[in-house]
Design a protein around this ligand. Structure first.
Ligand SMILES: *[C@@H]1O[C@H](CO)[C@@H](O)[C@H](O)[C@H]1NC(C)=O
Ligand SMILES: *[C@@H]1O[C@H](CO)[C@@H](O)[C@H](O)[C@H]1NC(C)=O
Length: 347
């Protein structure tokens, strides 16, 4: 009986307790809609994607488009903000980098979090600088009294996900909205801050899903500090979990939703509430990431829900578009069967 109760408590806490209110449920339909908006940020005109994503009764009106000079990788930090009066909703969308895959992985990937973020912990200096340069647009839109009761969605793909991961807690921190009014879904987001930032973020943003795709390399960067007390089992690929107490390296905020497969309709996914918290070792951290062979990891980064995100956005989210397949298929298939064919690993 006692065992059963302990099991039950563990289950209930594991599913609902630690990660905020029970209403923070991952909704794939919502995630797919937000991916379209994140993709649209790669286009000079978000309108075609907006029109294809929302029915006429839920029309989204463009409030602001912004593009400012940013340090990261010499690219602008860009995005747009839309509002729907019917849904009483504002959506803030940040663009990822337009540079090629090689450049994507340069500059920010080795930096430890070192910049204070309004007392919420340390974050990456590149991302913080991008945040500062775009914040004014977010602040202006959310301060408009006309929209003061509107909920706020924040989204972005890749480095746009990093900017979303900073803007969202700042919105609550600055009192522009309350925690329950802000919802975040990002795609292929890198680690934006350290463990302290992660904990502060989770307090402020209980409705937050960080969607990751198979071996997408970007969520593994900048690196976390590995938990050296862990011994990889014989026959494993030697992958190590993140240290759940070190504040020294990068550390993700909540909550990962990992798709080990190709993310087409019906593709299985995992809600990553396992340990270490926010760096669940049975999700994308389980397979060892080969930083020397980034071909597949970059392909997985650019492709979410069956579309190549930047190209899909530039093409106006046209559902008839087709995209190049992955460099090899075997990796993906074996990943799915290795994840769903075994028990979840205990840490
Ligand atoms: C999921 O999101 C979609 C789109 O916003 C919405 O229509 C639907 O009701 C949501 N489903 C649940 C179970 O909340
Ligand atoms: C995606 O994976 C599923 C299941 O493994 C497979 O049936 C389907 O053909 C794949 N689709 C693409 C476009 O690769």
């Amino acid at each position: 009986m006692l065992k059963f109760l302990i099991f039950l408590a563990f289950f209930v806490i594991g599913v609902h307790g630690i990660f905020g209110p029970a209403d923070a449920q991952y909704n794939e339909t919502e995630a797919r809609m937000l991916l379209n908006l994140a993709a649209a940020a790669y286009s000079t005109d978000a309108t075609p994607c907006l029109q294809r994503t929302f029915s006429p009764s839920e029309t989204q009106t463009l409030l602001t488009t912004f593009s400012v000079r940013c340090d990261f990788i010499g690219n602008p930090c860009a995005g747009y903000i839309v509002v729907s009066d019917a849904l009483q909703q504002i959506t803030v969308v940040f663009r990822g980098t337009k540079t090629n895959s090689q450049l994507l992985l340069e500059g920010w990937t080795t930096l430890k979090p070192s910049a204070d973020f309004y007392g919420m912990g340390l974050v990456n200096t590149y991302f913080r600088s991008g945040h500062e340069k775009t914040w004014q647009y977010v602040q202006d839109a959310l301060s408009n009294p006309q929209y003061q009761n509107y909920d706020v969605y924040v989204t972005g793909h890749s480095l746009g996900g990093a900017l979303a991961g900073l803007a969202a807690p700042r919105i609550v921190h600055d009192g522009l909205r309350q925690s329950h009014q802000v919802k975040v879904i990002t795609f292929g987001e890198p680690r934006v801050g350290n463990l302290d930032f992660s904990r502060a973020y989770d307090q402020l943003i209980p409705y937050s899903f960080r969607v990751t795709h198979a071996i997408d390399i970007v969520p593994h960067l900048p690196a976390c500090v590995k938990d050296l007390s862990y011994t990889p089992p014989a026959g494993s690929d030697g992958s190590m979990p993140c240290d759940p107490v070190s504040t020294n390296g990068g550390y993700h905020h909540g909550l990962e939703v990992w798709y080990p497969g190709n993310m087409t309709q019906g593709s299985p996914y995992m809600i990553c509430t396992g340990l270490p918290r926010d760096e669940d070792f049975s999700c994308s951290n389980a397979p060892k990431v080969d930083l020397d062979d980034t071909t597949m990891g970059v392909w997985d980064h650019r492709n979410y829900f069956g579309v190549e995100v930047p190209a899909f956005g530039k093409g106006g989210c046209d559902p008839t578009m087709t995209f190049k397949g992955p460099p090899t298929k075997t990796g993906v298939l074996s990943l799915v069967s290795s994840v769903f064919g075994r028990k979840r690993r205990a840490v």
